[in-house]
Design a protein around this ligand. Structure first.
Ligand SMILES: Cc1cc2nc3c(=O)[nH]c(=O)nc-3n(C[C@H](O)[C@H](O)[C@H](O)COP(=O)(O)OP(=O)(O)OC[C@H]3O[C@@H](n4cnc5c(N)ncnc54)[C@H](O)[C@@H]3O)c2cc1C
Length: 473
């Protein structure tokens, strides 16, 4: 490996690098620099890539300078937002990383009910700032996730049935494209780019700022979070489905099939046993929330009921501890339009076969606002009734092969029941390439994304795994 790192370092050494550094307010790290290894560490410990240069940008001008350098040296560019991309595509071997972790500015306009945030902001930071005004925008369910990666590929969380995807709530974005142009994308300006950035992923440039619509949320919200015995898995998943069919859009449940963690607050006798859990958050009046969520807490004798009233920012962190930095992760997903007996039986069987007791199979019950947006209104085409997440999560030192193989086998089996799409924020390592992108965006959206890409990035400067590829002349 040492030889390879030296080879990568040679790509950018000398006068070129001095020129880049002179142009930057931020910093540029190359292999061998102190801080380089910390800067290339991502949330997913499976990813061990050595970029030629990591640019810690501090302004939009820094992004322009970094892209000029990458073009001149012929380097592939990847963008790092919050570093929580499940596939690790924020880094490429031997490429240039535009690292946005210093772009953390947040400006809330409580009167217009909007917020503008830098491309390196995390979900927890955005919620903390907007909650000072009793407002929030729909994001995801783990606070350290980056808002940029999450939003550009959709963004599903506890508010998806009430207020839609994170991407559905975008008002505008600032993007630096491959040739260094700085564009605003909104419904009125560069509308086709705005269409592409709402679900089309990180293929089109570096998004330096995102502006969202805000909604009244909390500050106190009601959380239902109950673990039932795992042998009742299929029954619990069906009951949550029936509940959701008539529940108000305020509630966006997720069910999880997994094994009870060892440690507080889980009863000692249950540690390691299979569970079927349901979680949901009601964002309005706590008394109403308690009544609306009550049926989810009465699906039988629970292993443990962790429900309660808490501030929105705390509710957003209820799953944080399940995803330590540096563990090994392999996440895939399958869109489903129906959750019949066959699907339920398969989900339960695959969950029971997981080699790691940290792994889960998750059912996201969609519907409501997120499915009222048309398939071609934004790039996020497939708005299916259910999303199945297959999360292989295991500790460093445990075998990679069998955990990855478990997730792949489960997904291959579940795809027999699906139209073929997946959620591109849970893509495995994008092994299926273009096929997965076409199935997930839908054919027409995919072709439209290729057309936008061909204009904005004809040479595929943003050419890492999972990106849309431009048509070459
Ligand atoms: C613990 C955990 C929990 C999660 N929970 C949810 C959830 O509840 N809901 C949900 O929808 N998703 C969820 N995800 C998936 C998450 O949305 C994706 O992994 C997303 O890519 C993370 O974004 P990031 O900025 O942190 O990632 P990064 O690794 O920094 O980036 C991932 C990719 O996004 C693109 N990107 C990031 N920032 C920019 C930018 N500023 N400009 C252009 N492209 C950019 C790039 O293509 C990059 O390769 C979760 C992920 C994790 C790890």
């Amino acid at each position: 490996m040492a030889g390879r790192i030296e080879e990568i370092a040679e790509t950018v050494e000398g006068a070129w690098l001095d020129e880049l550094r002179a142009d930057l307010r931020g910093a540029a790290l190359t292999p061998g620099d102190s801080g380089y290894d910390e800067a290339r560490a991502l949330w997913n410990g499976m990813i061990d890539r050595h970029p030629a240069v990591i640019v810690h940008v501090e302004s939009t001008d820094d992004v322009v300078a970094a892209l000029r350098f990458a073009r001149e040296r012929g380097l592939v560019v990847t963008t790092r937002g919050g570093g929580h991309g499940a596939a690790g595509n924020a880094l490429s071997e031997g490429g240039l990383v535009v690292d946005l972790s210093r772009l953390r500015e947040i400006a809330v306009d409580p009167v217009a009910r909007t917020v503008r945030a830098g491309g390196g902001v995390t979900l927890g930071e955005l919620d903390a700032a907007t909650q000072e005004h009793g407002l929030a925008t729909p994001l995801g369910v783990v606070t350290k996730t980056g808002i940029a990666g999450l939003t550009l590929s959709g963004g599903i969380g506890w508010l998806r049935r009430k207020h839609g995807l994170a991407a559905d709530n975008l008002v505008s974005l600032e993007i630096v494209t491959a040739d260094g142009s700085v564009l605003t994308a909104s419904a009125d300006e560069n509308a086709e780019v705005f269409w592409a950035l709402r679900g089309g992923g990180g293929s089109f440039g570096v998004v330096t700022a995102l502006e969202y619509r805000l909604h009244p949320v909390g500050p106190d919200v009601t959380v239902a979070f109950v673990l039932y015995p795992g042998e009742r898995g299929a029954e619990v998943l069906r009951a949550v489905d029936e509940y959701t069919a008539s529940a108000p859009d305020d509630v966006s449940p997720i069910a999880f099939l997994g094994r009870v963690p060892h440690g507080d607050p889980f009863p000692v006798g249950a540690h390691g046993l299979p569970y079927a859990a349901v979680a949901a958050v009601h964002p309005g009046d706590p008394a109403e929330g308690e009544a609306v969520l009550r049926p989810l807490r009465e699906l039988g004798n629970p292993i443990v009921d962790l429900s309660g009233v808490m501030p929105w920012v705390e509710a957003q962190g209820i799953l944080d501890e399940d995803y330590p930095d540096g563990w090994r992760y392999y996440w895939k997903s399958v869109d489903l339009d129906e959750l019949g007996d066959n699907a339920l039986a398969r989900l339960a069987a695959h969950a029971a076969a997981a080699p790691s007791h940290h792994s889960t199979i998750d059912v996201w019950y969609h519907g409501g606002a997120m499915t009222r947006v048309g398939a071609e209104e934004t790039a996020f085409g497939r708005r299916s009734a259910y999303l199945i997440g297959v999360e292989a999560n295991w500790e460093p030192g445990d075998p990679d092969d069998e955990n990855v193989a478990w997730a792949r086998a489960a997904v291959e089996d579940l795809r027999e029941l699906s139209g073929g799409g997946a959620y591109l924020n849970f893509p495995g390592f994008f092994e299926e390439g273009e096929e997965l992108l076409r199935a997930s965006y839908g054919e027409r959206n995919y072709e439209r994304l290729v057309a936008v890409k061909t204009v904005l990035d004809p040479s595929n400067v943003f050419g890492g795994d999972g990106t849309i590829k431009a048509l070459r002349a």
